[in-house]
Ligand binder design. Sequence first.
Ligand SMILES: Nc1nc2c(ncn2[C@@H]2O[C@H](COP(=O)(O)OP(=O)(O)OP(=O)(O)O)[C@@H](O)[C@H]2O)c(=O)[nH]1
Ligand SMILES: [Mg+2]
Length: 307
Amino acid sequence: MLVRNKILSLQLASLINPSSSFLPFPKPTLSFPTRYLSHWTLRNPTHRHVSAPASKTTQTRQISDAARFVRTVLFVPPGVDPDEVTEDMVLPGSNIVIGPYAGESRIKEVEFVKSSGKAKECPKDHRPEFAILGRSNVGKSSLINALVRKKEVALTSKKPGKTQLINHFLVNKSWYIVDLPGYGFAKAPDAARMDWSSFTKGYFLNRDTLVAVLLLVDASVPPQKIDLDCANWLGRNNIPITLVFTKCDKMKASKGKRPDENIRDFQQVIRQNYKVHPPWIMTSSVTGLGRDDLLLHMSQLRNYWDQ
Ligand SMILES: Nc1nc2c(ncn2[C@@H]2O[C@H](COP(=O)(O)OP(=O)(O)OP(=O)(O)O)[C@@H](O)[C@H]2O)c(=O)[nH]1
Ligand SMILES: [Mg+2]
């Protein structure tokens, strides 16, 4: 639980971006909305209150309005003074500030370790892990393949419901990527449906080595209730998330909105439940957009967890 709390405090700052014209959000101004004044927590009275990570200097003086704003719209990691955040510290296509814990992020080797039917059966070697979660067909397996740059590591399929077990992949012999079954099998055959609530929820609630959940959200479609419900459930259960928007290459909006518009709509709904938004990043497994940046972000979460 200690570990979980430590990582939670890592997530205290974020939302709505900032810094580049590529991004769907305007630059923050120094006049900030008062609703952003509290720490990262769901707008739910039962949610445990968590304090923001503070450097020595910020502990001993009142933080400035600008710093407070930076804390609430950006993901400001430990070791970074919100007063000293500059534009070049924010990863492109994201709200993530890179701090001193970011380090070696290259994937040199990856091996499939095992598939588990229950949380109890997962590897017990206490290495840190990132779970890849999202709606069926959102691109979980494709993202894993893109991260590790191997087509065959995680199976991809046009058929929803392909991944039905908890799959552990060991990276650089030191940390895990975990491919999980998708939720929301709207088009899946009955045989592919499963009780996601008892199966995957058990994993989240019992896995002490979970550094963060990468919650994948398809940016090529409008916000889906099931994704918002999932983000809220994870938040209520103090499980740190990074929102990874997938399929951002689908920029041609023949029908509906563009990915950047869908992302903005998603964030607007999320903001109604989170006082401060979780870290988020735009990706594409087709073009490689966001790949290296996401790995760098994962390295800073992992290194902080490891220390
Ligand atoms: N254009 C585009 N297509 C993608 C991207 N990522 C995944 N896809 C496609 O989306 C489909 C589903 O991808 P998967 O990676 O198998 O999805 P999944 O989330 O692992 O699916 P389940 O295991 O069934 O839950 C495949 O046809 C992929 O080629 C992306 O970034 N861009
Ligand atoms: Mg899959």
